[in-house]
Design a protein. Sequence first.
Length: 544
Amino acid sequence: MEKSALQIARAAYQPKLPKALLGPVVAKEGKPTQSVGNQEEIKALFPNTYGMPVIEFEAGEQKPLEPFNVGIILSGGQAPGGHNVISGLFDGVKSLNPANKLYGFILGPGGLVDHKYMEITPELMDEYRNTGGFDIIGSGRTKLEEVDQFEKGIQILRELGIKALVIIGGDDSNTNACVLAEYYAAKKYGVQVIGCPKTIDGDLKNEQIETSFGFDTACKTYSELIGNIQRDCNSARKYWHFIKLMGRSASHIALECALQCQPNICLISEEVEAKNMSLDDVVTYIAQAVAARAAEGNNFGTVLIPEGLIEFIPAIKKLIAQLNDILATPEAQNLGRSEQIDFVKTHISKENLEVFNSLPTSVARQLALDRDPHGNVQVSLIETEKLLSAMVAVKLEQWKKEGKYVGKFGTQHHFFGYEGRCAAPSNYDADYCYSLGYNASRLIANGKTGYMSVIRNTTAPASEWIAGGVPITMMMNMEKRNGKMKPVIRKALVELDGAPFKFFASKRDMWAKETAYVYPGPIQYWGPTEVCDQPTKTLQLEHC
Ligand code: FBP
């Protein structure tokens, strides 16, 4: 594979590890844990993996281990740093015994079920150190939830002598990792399952997990692009740029980019829901800011829109909840796509039908039809940026007629998501991911299953990071998925009383009125620490 000069230089980077992981470790165990909600139900569903203690590694003696093999799966959307998790795991496993082997399952959890795998050799590994992407083995969204899949999985794990499987994924994939860990523990199959917190969305975090990997690099990549747009915007002074940002339900990415770039407007879905705003309220809020800037002669600006916004408008949220229930019924499942729309229309409540009919046809179809394998509405496919700018234009025209607005409203639209998911990891993600992978090898060596690899205290220098494991059941509660109550990891949404949102809220009126843009520029790997090694503003505000 031909490489750029930057790739060659970057390949030589040795990621940092927490001090505790530099030599042999012992696991210091805390008290028994509880799930975040529905304790009785979760305990009953996970009798073998519920209540385990939180673990922290300390320097100590490692008991000698027989050689063993490990399997790895990349699950769900790409996130910068995936290859570093693999290289950390690879180096960690080899450091325990050079004869140990690492096998990668191809194209996500489906590779385990279909027995598609490859050995990660030292030469192959070296090709991918510190690179973005998941292409070393590929990723996929197959949902691991059926006994039949678990049984097919154990066949190949046994054939390859695999003692532990590491699943790198978001909340849904780690939920499935936990279900698999429980199943293999109940059956006494002798295969451990360890999860690893991945997703650019930043919504897999809690008291134990400071951030999911990839969030840092993805946000820095989008912020570079937004900064470039803002500079263009402030140079030409003739467009309003409507920029949708990935992040699925949570608005963490939009919020982080707002903290980095200081746009004129940033919508936060969680706030829209809390304030019970309608679509018209959101449109009015944007139009007012456009009109206020126009009154000062500024017919330009930037609007950041989290991709999940539409789901958080309370009336639409209610509609989606009912659509999910209807679509999960066997009758609906057996219908073709166009018949499903008619079926849905005849089965939803009058109130929801009104909301459904008020939406542009393309948006209504998206809400009514496409779900990913985990039952999520595919919000990345909904063009909210175009929907909102069109509605703002209509409102401004109306205000013009009423003499309330004088100005020009030229628009440009952008959607940033795929641009950042495979970016070369920032120093933060390169170190964090490598540590997560290396740490997973220590959880395996200590015989743990049903744990997520966790690295904490990451706003401090890497040498002070804390390494350990958290039982996945601790993060679970019961939620409705595909029409049924299921144990799932609780998604972390933007907290309106959290420091990042409060800081943003204290500044946004000024940012709306004035042109206070910040241009963060590209990610830097070499240079002063304040340029190269800063964690996200979200993390800094959460930990200050
Ligand atoms: P994960 O939750 O699997 O990490 O994926 C995140 C994400 O990038 C979302 O931000 C986005 O909505 C979705 O994936 C897009 O999915 P796809 O890659 O299937 O188009």
